[in-house]
Design a protein around this ligand. Structure first.
Ligand code: XMP
Length: 514
């Protein structure tokens, strides 16, 4: 077997809501890692050849016969292993220890006490840790010792120093464990002997090499949307293959105010990108005009994008590749949803390269988290304002005009949204919220403008705080600020009778209204 790759850590995912966080913590330390499902084949794991393996937490109990188990290959590779929560319990059971269901689950803060001298626990005594478990290890496997306790857990940490197997009952990956980073450092650098090589500069270099090797002299088509991911993808491709890249901007009329002008006349020119613009507003609006259902809108917009791309490919048959700005969380999400979870909204369509296009797929950001994409963008000298824009959905404003979409409604919405964004920037609030936008509600309400009665639609303001957009809370914007925005919208946008603020969190609501 070849020597372990000192720059690779493998994380096996047992389904914890924190699994992605583990991966981010490892990468923040400058070490490349991948998150793979716990039942990944031995072949794939062996080929990845990690310097160490981390087993994530998970929602199940190891006390059930059919709950997830650690694949044997993990213990055959002769590398250090760190089990977190469920990962620790699975390790304990599989190596001959004991796990029991406790009367009371332990959730929340705990103190780690009685820490023994251990390479994993350097400077850890008396630190605060975050617990979230029902079962616990009550007997360590042969060759292991318990190296720390917490208030409610006698064996909060266990280790087999010879084999370099470690288990922690708490979650070092969450910010509620303030010294979590220290623990990962101890594991990754002192125990696994990893080397740092995951820096923005190295990543850029590697991506550019990979693109060149993959694409050769063939032409690549990339849809530019104005979003962060497609922008960074474009710059990387441009650096790698120059004029072999063809960028396409589909002007579908569902963008925010001045978006096309900004993208085509400022952004692209500054970077030196050649961008073709396809005027498709008429096509999109005619196909959308009597669709009310959000999922149908998404499907229609998706289909029309494909149609426009197909036309472009027909015009330039030398195009052999389609580039996409897919990022790592999309890849992980779609792997999860392919295991039968319920579709709330159908927008996580990774690798959705339609067969009809007959193009090969290049996805330079496929291994990167959003914050890494942004860091790379900064290293590529892209402006902060462009890299830290709020997310904007692919189907654009079609999802923010409730019900049937018309040009007139879109124009009203664009003006209102522009005002909201302008005020957020002016009051230094834009980067304090995670996402903000206006929604056009086609129901009418009564107002008075001057002496006249107005019977007109409504604008809803939505602003949320979120770390991963899977959950969100409404942003606590001040009443004064909201009133100010409402006043401006009513005064400056024709035919709006009132403005409301959405205070619903996700769940139960979603961030977008459709
Ligand atoms: P929801 O509304 O599901 O949104 O809470 C979570 C995040 O996803 C964005 N979103 C979409 N993005 N196509 C996209 O590219 C879509 O169809 C879509 N729907 C929602 C939403 O803006 C938020 O950031």
């Amino acid at each position: 077997m070849p020597a372990n790759n000192p720059t690779h850590i493998l994380i096996l995912d047992f389904g914890s809501q924190y699994s992605q966080l583990i991966a981010r913590r490892v990468r923040e330390l400058g070490v490349y890692c991948e998150l793979m499902p716990y039942n990944t084949s031995a072949d794939v794991i062996t080929r990845f050849n990690p310097a160490g393996i981390i087993l994530s937490g998970g929602p199940e109990t190891v006390l059930e016969n059919f709950s997830p188990r650690i694949p044997d290959v993990v213990f055959q590779l002769n590398v250090p292993v760190l089990g977190i929560c469920y990962g620790m319990q699975a390790m304990a059971i599989q190596l001959g220890g004991r796990v029991t269901k406790e009367k009371h689950s332990e959730f929340g803060y705990a103190k780690l006490v009685d820490c023994k001298s251990s390479p994993l626990l350097e400077n850890f005594n008396n630190t605060t840790v975050w617990m979230s478990h029902g079962d616990q290890v009550t007997g360590v496997p042969e060759g292991f010792i318990s190296t720390a306790s917490s208030t409610n857990t006698a064996i909060a940490v266990m280790e087999n120093k010879t084999k370099k197997y470690y288990g922690v009952q708490f979650h070092p990956e969450v910010t509620h464990t303030p010294d979590g980073e220290k623990l990962f450092k101890n594991f990754i650098f002192d125990i696994c002997n990893c080397k740092q090589n995951w820096s923005a500069e190295n990543i850029i270099e590697k991506i550019i090499q990979d693109i060149r090797q993959k694409v050769g002299k063939e032409k690549v088509l990339l849809g530019l949307s104005g979003g962060v991911d497609s922008l960074v993808t474009a710059v990387l491709l441009h650096k790698a293959i120059g004029s072999q890249l063809i960028c396409l901007y589909v002007d579908h009329g569902l963008q925010r105010l001045n978006e096309a002008d900004y993208l085509l006349n400022h952004q692209a020119k500054r970077i030196g990108l050649k961008v073709k613009s396809s005027q498709a507003e008429g096509l999109f609006l005619s196909k959308l005009h009597n669709i009310e259902d959000p999922e149908e809108k998404r499907k229609m917009v998706g289909q029309l994008f494909i149609d426009v791309f197909m036309q472009e490919v027909k015009k330039t048959p030398e195009i052999k590749w389609l580039a996409q700005g897919t990022i790592y969380s999309d890849v992980i999400e779609s792997a999860k949803s392919s295991h039968g979870s319920h579709t709330i909204k159908s927008h996580h369509n990774v690798g959705g390269l339609p067969e009809k296009l007959h193009l090969k797929l290049v996805e330079p950001l496929r291994e990167l988290f959003k914050d890494e994409v942004r860091k790379i963008g900064l290293a590529l000298e892209l402006p902060f304002e462009e890299l830290y824009r709020h997310p904007f959905p692919g189907p654009g404003l079609a999802l923010r005009v409730i019900g049937a979409v018309t040009k007139e409604k879109l124009e009203t919405l664009r003006k209102a949204d522009f005002i909201f964004m302008e005020e957020l920037h002016k009051h230094d609030l834009y980067h304090k919220v995670s996402q903000a936008f206006c929604v056009y509600l086609p129901i009418k309400s009564v107002g008075v403008v001057g002496d006249a009665r107005l019977y007109a639609p409504i604008i809803a303001l939505r602003a949320v705080e979120s770390t991963d957009f899977m959950t969100a809370t409404s942003a606590h914007l001040s009443h004064d600020f909201l009133e100010h925005v409402a006043r401006r919208i009513i005064n400056e946008v024709k035919n709006i009778s009132r403005v409301v603020y959405d205070v619903t969190s996700k769940p139960p609501a979603t961030i977008e209204w459709e």
